[in-house]
Write a protein that binds this ligand. Structure first.
Ligand SMILES: Nc1ncnc2c1ncn2[C@@H]1O[C@H](COP(=O)(O)OP(=O)(O)OP(=O)(O)O)[C@@H](O)[C@H]1O
Ligand SMILES: [Mg+2]
Length: 266
């Protein structure tokens, strides 16, 4: 459903962030994108919806070649791609409900959205989504009154109310504590499964990625150096992806008891 062909991004500064990346993702597949800082993870995600313009190569979403689209057509196609960021990017002074509904702006007309008059069906759907992520009782709260984990849940609802076919997720847990991180990762993966959504999740935490996804892509210096199941990430592979970083410490940091408690609870 998503296909990247020889995707290249060279920034004006001369930084070669992506070097001819080929990647195919079938419908409904959730994959984790790992790699050291500067590997090109965010660039890859942003080249897909053309927040960053690729230097060369092609991106296909279904039968549509996104890289060839005019601005108007691109706007329409972007509805099919929900984006979730690390920094939540909520409008602070708006309510939770209004933030979720802002995900519909690509659909409702300009004046209607300017007046913030959304169809009742959109409001109903926003409530259903907030309920699903456990925030229905907070619909009227202002975004700046929420915790980090709650904000990320609102961000997830806002991405899903677009009714996308693909989720692009950039470091969803980077500012969250370990427990909340796991809850957010689980929620994203569950929602993808429920809705048959494909997703690319950029994530620093290898152990967390391994817990929740079936496929991992490792990027290093703009090149794919791993594509396979999480349990194929042997120490050698991880060293190839991350270099000589002390990643082993990261993996051991996942507390076994904690994991057991988690699986008992779910
Ligand atoms: N706007 C930009 N202009 C110039 N160079 C950039 C720009 N954005 C990113 N780069 C460079 O492109 C490379 C890839 O950056 P990118 O942000 O995609 O990495 P990343 O894997 O997401 O890293 P991190 O884990 O730190 O978020 C880096 O060398 C970075 O310096
Ligand atoms: Mg990044």
């Amino acid at each position: 459903m998503l296909r990247l062909e020889k995707l290249v991004k060279t920034y004006k500064t001369g930084d070669q962030a992506l070097k001819a990346v080929n990647l195919e993702i079938p419908e409904g597949q959730v994959l984790a994108l790992i790699g050291p800082s500067g590997a090109g993870k965010s660039t890859l995600i942003r080249c897909i919806n053309r927040l960053v313009e690729p230097t060369s190569g092609n991106v296909y979403l279904g039968d549509v070649e996104l890289t060839g689209l005019s601005a108007g057509m691109l706007r329409k196609e972007r509805r099919r791609m929900g984006m979730i960021f690390q920094e939540y990017a909520l409008v602070e002074r708006l309510s939770v409900m209004e933030n979720v509904l802002s995900g519909r702006l690509g659909y409702v007309g300009f004046w209607r959205s300017f007046l913030r008059r959304f169809p009742q069906s959109d409001v109903d759907e926003a409530f259903r989504l907030l309920d699903r992520v456990g925030l229905a009782h907070m619909a009227d709260k202002r975004a700046d009154e929420l915790s980090g984990g709650q904000r990320q849940r609102v961000g997830i609802c806002r991405a899903l109310i677009q009714n996308p076919a693909l989720l692009l997720v950039d470091e969803p847990t980077a500012s969250l504590d370990p427990k909340t991180s796991r809850q957010i990762m689980r929620l994203i993966c569950e929602l993808c499964k429920e809705r048959g959504l494909a997703a690319i999740i950029n994530i620093h935490d290898v152990a967390l990625a391994q817990m929740f996804v079936q496929r991992v892509i490792g990027l290093r210096f703009g090149e794919m150096v791993y594509d396979g199941p999480p349990d194929g990430l042997t120490p050698d592979k991880l060293t190839e992806i991350y270099g000589e970083e002390d990643w082993e410490a990261t993996i051991e940091a996942v507390d076994e008891d904690d994991l057991e408690a988690e699986s008992a609870a779910s």
